[in-house]
Write a protein that binds this ligand. Sequence first.
Ligand code: 13P
Length: 327
Amino acid sequence: MSELHAVAHKMVKKGKGILAADESTPTCTKRFASINTDSSAESRNFYRNMLFTTEDIEKYISGVILFDETFHQSELSSGMKFPEYLTSKDILPGIKVDQGLEDFSPYEKLTKGLDGLSERLEKYYALGARFAKWRAVITPGDSIPTDDCILANAKNLAKYARKCQQANLVPIVEPEVLMDGSHTIDESFDITSRTLNMVFNQLDEYNVSLEGIVLKPNMVLSGYNCSYQATIREVAEKTVNCLLRNVPPDVPGIAFLSGGQSDDHATFHLNEMNKYETDWNLTFSYGRALQQSALKAWSGKEENVTDAQEVFIGKVKANSLATVAGL
Ligand code: 13P
């Protein structure tokens, strides 16, 4: 267990955070379409290579979450497989292991991927992965989310987390309450609270060692279409209160997802939350908030790589500072 605990602590070390670069191929294709760039195995390899080879990222990034395709691709100048390359830079390689969403009911989703999971985890560990990720999606709306759906997702997260720890991989436990919609911040608080409560009950039920996980939750925000948008201070206060109510102190760290917020909001919310005293290290595990401006700067053109890397490291540094309330 001590290897797991050490890895979990390293993932959320003060001043560092996690880069989520594990967009599935369809999601990556959508992102590339927004910059009029073809999505192929080669272009995806090139783009991820650009991010991972950015000078100095290892000073601010503790781990990178990879998609299976990238996990087996190589850094372009050395030819090293990405897990080996990242490890050589003292960055922990992680792997997305859920297999996406299926309908739980007409309006709710359940994350799948438990079949054959233990075998896959063993292979990923042998190839250098040190942590994994599983994302559950909770959808706010009319009479949803239901307790049944939250419970089914919490159970799958706990089963996944248990299997990860048996395979010596730290599970990132990601229950994401979506912020698309017109729900108020107080509704977000209630739904996030119900969700986290059920997740920690199930983690306990399945004997998951909390010191060997990283929690990746949403921040508690006003729904993006809500007429009142909470201030940065309100978001920080409500998110921290929600966590204090539901997350045991043994969890070493909480690495937020950005969930479609603007880059600046994601950074300033994190900075504000780090002004509170808590038992956990509060950091980032952002996909879009770290990548979207770099993706635009790149626009699929080789001659833009240096500029895009500069934009990218700027975002990475700002969020590193936010983990110590340094902005
Ligand atoms: P976003 O930060 O873009 O929400 O992505 C994080 C992630 O890993 C989603 O599963």
